[in-house]
Design a protein around this ligand. Structure first.
Ligand code: NDP
Length: 404
């Protein structure tokens, strides 16, 4: 019987914990720990009612390595699944090295005082993981995560050479609020208000935030304004997809979201440095998070679809080839199954699948790895079986779904 220790009790945690409870043949014992234990108890009670599976709960401050080590030593898990915030990645990885337990997360490390996310500090732990004989799987969400697996599948099974990749992330859900974020507001707004960046002909090209826009006709959703952003999977895919000439990432945003964000930015509400307010120190973006709807509360009111996928072009048997691999999700169907909307669902399901493949020994290694470094096939099969079925469209070389 394998034991998983899940850390964090937000929207993504609700999905991953539910999905582990739906796969008890792999996850024989599930322990859920977070800063606020009552949130773990709430998720555990819902799962007990829905699936009749018992989840143990605990409290932990995941910024504190000794606390994490003590928890891991008492729970004795086979894997620690981190769905707290990116700020906790390094401390949880250190605790895994100290206790000799495998590690998985869904987002790369970000320093609370610098809106800058990169793999450097997590990759630097490769040797320590290797020496301890344990595995760290980085970015097992949807993007990063499934998007990396789609690219790996194309490289391993569909193409001889891949030349260009566009990752296209569309959330056409409507929660009815003038402004809210679908996952942690601090992390979301820091990502979206940063400069854009893509990789072409061997170098990174930086753009002003939201400077490059196109309208893409998403299958099963329709045309949506899509903006070029920097996204963390680009960093590892550039290294692991051989022969790549260009890779970009686009995400959809509605005009209301962008207008609110610009206004908040202009008045300093996205600031990440402390300011003095009535003798107290506050961080503007943290205060904004307090005001905004909790993403975990959006589930019941969000309607519509998501479509996230990769358009990949290259050569097969000397001939040009182009494919579009994508998944669509319906927010309300996700809510009915797990009590969370599709953005949490599309992150939580792949986190469970990554953990399942590690615990079943299908993905194994000593060190720190990104998703595309493993055989994509078992992951692609699990996506179909666990609620995120994918589709593949053979496009004509040069064909595009971009509309004027
Ligand atoms: P939430 O903000 O809803 O939940 C985060 C949870 O982490 C909360 O329960 C919070 O506790 C807990 N937490 C925060 N700090 C600590 C700490 N120091 N010690 C213990 N627990 C802590 O976030 P989401 O569920 O929306 O996102 C979870 C993760 O998933 C994030 O890292 C996010 O970046 C990532 N993500 C990845 C995606 C992908 O496709 N790869 C897409 C979307 C999200 P408390 O309730 O007490 O604040």
């Amino acid at each position: 019987m394998k034991t998983v220790l899940i850390i964090g009790a937000g929207g993504v945690s609700r999905v991953v914990t539910t999905k582990c409870a739906m796969n008890t043949q792999t996850f024989g014992r599930i322990v859920l720990a977070s800063r606020t234990k009552s949130k773990c108890d709430e998720i555990a009670a819902e799962i007990k009612e829905r699936l009749h599976v018992s989840i143990e709960t605990a409290s932990v401050d995941a910024d504190d390595v000794p606390q994490l080590v003590a928890l891991i030593q008492s729970v004795k898990p086979d894997l620690v699944l981190n769905v707290a915030l990116p700020y906790q990645d390094l401390t949880i990885m250190d605790a895994c090295v100290e206790t000799g337990v495998d590690y998985l997360d869904t987002a790369n490390y970000e320093h609370p005082d610098e809106a800058k996310f990169e793999y450097k500090l997590q990759w630097a732990k490769h040797d320590a993981f290797k020496a301890r004989g344990i595995m760290g799987l980085l970015g097992s969400g949807f993007d990063p995560g499934v998007t990396n697996v789609f690219c790996a599948y194309a490289q391993q099974y569909l193409f001889d050479e891949i030349h260009t990749i566009d990752i296209l992330d569309c959330n056409a859900g409507d929660h009815g609020y003038p402004f809210a974020t679908n996952f942690n507001p601090e992390i979301n707004l820091r990502e979206v208000s940063s400069k854009g960046r893509y990789w072409e002909a061997g170098k990174w090209i930086e753009t002003e935030p939201m400077a490059i826009k196109m309208v893409w006709d998403y299958p099963e959703v329709g045309p949506k304004d899509s903006y070029l952003l920097y996204h963390e999977e680009l960093e590892s895919l550039v290294q692991n997809i051989k022969g790549l000439k260009r890779i970009r990432f686009f995400m959809t945003f509605g005009q209301s979201y962008l207008t609110h964000m610009k206004c908040l930015e202009n008045i300093g509400m996205l600031g990440i440095k402390e300011v003095e307010h009535k003798g107290m120190k506050i961080v503007p973006i943290e205060f904004l998070k307090t005001l905004l709807p909790d993403p975990a509360s959006l589930g019941p009111r969000t309607v519509g679809m998501t479509n996230i996928g990769c358009v990949i072009e290259g050569l097969k048997d000397g001939k040009p080839k182009k494919v579009y691999i994508y998944n669509t999700c319906d927010h309300q169907a996700c809510y009915r199954e797990t009590g969370a909307q599709a953005v949490s669902y599309t992150t939580g399901v792949p986190a469970m699948i990554g953990a399942k493949l590690i615990l079943e020994g299908k993905w194994k290694g000593a060190g720190v790895f990104n998703m595309e470094q493993f055989d994509a096939k078992p992951f692609m099969d699990e996506l179909n079986a666990q609620g995120l079925p994918w589709k593949l469209i053979e496009m004509k070389p040069g064909e595009s779904y971009e509309v004027d």
